[in-house]
Ligand binder design. Sequence first.
Ligand SMILES: [Mg+2]
Length: 221
Amino acid sequence: MPLNTTGVTAFLRTLLTPRDFLPHITIPHFTSLPIPPDPLLHPLGLPPSKRIKALVLDKDNLLTLPYQPSLHPSVTAHLAALKAHYNDAQIVIVSNSSGTASEDPDGREAAALEKETGVKVLRHAEMKPGRGCGREVMEYLKGNGSGVVEGGEVLVVGDRVFTDVVLGNRVGGWSCFVRDGVADLKPSVMVRFERRLVEFLLKRGYKPPNPYAGWKEDGFQ
Ligand SMILES: [Mg+2]
């Protein structure tokens, strides 16, 4: 696995804003994500007049086994149900393997994943959860007909805190942490550290940022 230097930098920077490590919602498995997820978010601060207009989905260990191209059979039906609810512009896969400038420079893996899933795979220059990656995500969603005009209409779903959860919070949106990925893996040292950090912060009273409480559009300002 390549060293995600963007992730390391983002981690160090996020230490200054620890709430960015905290997911808004935690679900056991991708198939536990309600369709739509809005009812889980309204009590947390999504205004009644707003709705989630786009889902940003992780790939590895959420939709596929890590670094594998095939959709895991356990998520096929749920992904199909999401695609039936949202239009093509409103679901995008943002991975730190497929579609990245460094790991997939010719976009071959991204194209194969699009064929496999029927979901757009974002080609992006910066790794999750870099601010540049956040900008690339928002530029794509604002320009593709999804209807997204601000980060608070976006939910990022993934199995990793330091990439997926932080990205969701950094785009000024919502983050959904999926506790159990599709792979039955022994949690790595980093995964155990991420989870302990989240528990520690919650015990200390930290809460995830509310996109509609003082955050400006995209959360970048
Ligand atoms: Mg993952």
